[in-house]
Design a protein around this ligand. Sequence first.
Ligand SMILES: NC(=O)c1ccc[n+]([C@@H]2O[C@H](COP(=O)([O-])OP(=O)(O)OC[C@H]3O[C@@H](n4cnc5c(N)ncnc54)[C@H](O)[C@@H]3O)[C@@H](O)[C@H]2O)c1
Length: 411
Amino acid sequence: MEVLTLDTTKPPMRALLLENIHPDATALLTKAGYEVETRKGALSEDELIEALPGFSLLGIRSRTHITERVLAGAPDLAAIGAFCIGVNQIDLAAAAHRGVAVFNAPFSNTRSVVELVLAEIISLARRLPEKNAKLHAGEWDKSASGSHEVRGRRLGIVGYGNIGAQLSVLAENLGMSVYFYDIADKLAMGNARRCGTLTELLESVETVTLHVDGRPGNSGLFGDAEFAAMQPRSLFLNLSRGFVVDHAALRRNIEAGHLAGAAVDVFPQEPRSRGEEFRSDLRGLPNVILTPHVGGSTEEAQQDIGEFVAGKLHDYVTCGATALSVNLPRVALPHTPGTHRLVHLHHNVPGVLASINQLLAEYGANIEGQLLGTRDDLGYVLTDIGIEYPDDMLASLRSLDVTIRLRTTRP
Ligand SMILES: NC(=O)c1ccc[n+]([C@@H]2O[C@H](COP(=O)([O-])OP(=O)(O)OC[C@H]3O[C@@H](n4cnc5c(N)ncnc54)[C@H](O)[C@@H]3O)[C@@H](O)[C@H]2O)c1
């Protein structure tokens, strides 16, 4: 990837990357001119407060928790990269109100999940879990009974977002007929058919796979009534969120033979560490594939996450780009050559833009490009001006009542 490098006449900006983030992130940031320090493990709240002063960028994964207290003790921090999908470990609102942008990698592991889903659909249709277990136990069960090709099979995708839509394309390439149901309006890929209701989808297909997001309303989305609406001897997969499915109901439907097989990667309660026992209603069932939340866990996904998030952090430092930020207003403005960029985060109240522009005019700064975005109570404006930043102009902008944080971009 081509990256802008930082101005080497200024002291290097520092980045702290924790939790064994992929080395491609370090390589990208180092090449761009940052001084990068890496640590294998996560840091506690107190350790973070001690470590963070002097660092502009912080990279974490899921085990480092960023609290209001940590943010208060990190005055130099400009942005946090969550080198993973989830951002629950970060107090996003507190970060936003201190002008710290947060980025994650929402689709770096999409392909990994889709490939596992396809592998599992084929495995379940051929009853591989059972055949594999029997052969390991010495039993030679050479039979075609209950084994099927997936070609021509009707696949129902619930949740047609990044993963659902990509699965739709690859499943059609395998010769499956794809149906989908989503609560939002979605473009149907290829020949996929949209269903108007969940029940319509469940009654139309022989394999159901869930790819909904984790909104609270999806808790218990799938239970006895939904399994009952599925065709007898269907296959069921969930690689989305554990709390979406009633696992006791799933067990009953497998044991009753209503479902011919299932694959589950996500669970309502998951062990927190390797040593802890995995407890689930689904253990010990025939033709059921259980995996420890590894749908998105591949080396390729980790590498993509490393490069993607490091790139977003660098774009934020050099251009103020927040297009994929999870906590700041989303703004990306092409840079006008020969200009200097002001990055202003403020309270979203009427008249802010007018006050900023009035002040710039008083200092004779002509505006060459400008873009404002808002998100709830925050406003974020990028302004390209035709003159170098006079110090007193920056001081005046910083002292506006509405200002949360003012930055000038580097280089
Ligand atoms: N198993 C893993 O390792 C793994 C890895 C990555 C993502 N995931 C999970 O997979 C899920 C999908 O990820 P994504 O990137 O495609 O998300 P996404 O946000 O792009 O797509 C989710 C889709 O579900 C739809 N939706 C939400 N509630 C719905 C409902 N009740 N009925 C129908 N449609 C509904 C939304 O409108 C959206 O189109 C997420 O829950 C994510 O956390 C799991």
